[in-house]
Design a protein around this ligand. Structure first.
Ligand SMILES: [Zn+2]
Length: 249
């Protein structure tokens, strides 16, 4: 049975001399692996559409295992991302996160749309750090491990000064701080932004400019939270951290 999908290439692996196995994240079927025969040959009609990050329409032979890619038509190959090492690294992290946090053939059109918006926002050169903050918060929600960022996890009040507790899984208000001596102090603005980013539609992200210390606070919270709850170790994330250090020097 032939199946037509709209998808983004989130992983590619060479297979033999001439073939590639590509993983697509699709609107219709979620994550699906297909064999792109001959895609490593430059003249192959599958070569361009089998590159990492390409967004397009794909037609493949559906089987119980790996499908067979028949044809593809690129809609966008996100040129700005491709031409920039930093943007490529951010995008590589985004697609690896989707790959690691999803199972095969479980449709989630919302996640597809979110991934598309991430790629689009990076390609439009929106602040990549902010794009990833929003995306990571959405992925925590997809994985069912989202932190409480609306009110205090302990008393439920939504007023007061909030800090972050990794152990308790979200905001702790000033009244409840003593239950977690290891809470992470947050500036008021940082707490507001975490709440805002968790609910923000990426398509509506304008040109927001954050102080580097605010970014650092958000990054620390997200890193520690991911380390504690996601069970993931992503190569692309480590690479991104190395690049960040390089950028600061
Ligand atoms: Zn409280």
């Amino acid at each position: 049975m032939l199946k037509k999908v709209e998808g983004i290439v989130i992983r590619t692996v060479d297979y033999g001399e001439t073939n590639k196995i590509i993983t697509l994240y699709t609107r219709e079927t979620g994550k699906v692996g297909v064999m792109a025969r001959g895609a490593k040959k430059p003249k192959s009609r599958l070569s361009a559409v089998s590159q990492l990050f390409v967004y397009g329409h794909y037609l493949y032979q559906h089987t119980s295992g790996l499908g067979d890619l028949n044809q593809g038509e690129a809609i966008d190959s996100f040129r700005s991302i491709r031409n920039d090492l930093f943007l490529t690294s951010y995008a590589a992290y985004a697609v690896e996160l989707v790959d690691k946090l999803t199972e095969d053939k479980k449709p989630n059109p919302y996640l597809f749309e979110t991934l598309y918006q991430v790629m689009h926002a990076l390609d439009e050169e929106k602040d990549p750090e902010v794009v990833l903050f929003i995306f990571e918060l959405k992925m925590l929600s997809v994985a069912g491990i989202n932190p409480q960022l609306r009110c205090c996890v302990n008393c439920g009040l939504d007023t007061g000064k909030f800090e972050f507790s990794i152990r308790e899984g979200g905001f702790l208000c000033h009244r409840c701080l003593s239950i977690d001596p290891y809470h992470i102090p947050l500036k008021k603005r940082t707490a507001e932004l975490l709440h805002l980013f968790a609910h923000m539609d990426l398509a509506r992200l304008g040109n927001i400019s954050l102080k580097s210390e605010t970014k650092k606070e958000i990054r620390d919270v997200l890193n520690q939270y991911f380390d504690a709850y996601s069970g993931l170790y992503l190569k692309s994330k480590r690479f991104l951290e190395q690049l960040d250090r390089f950028k600061l020097d």
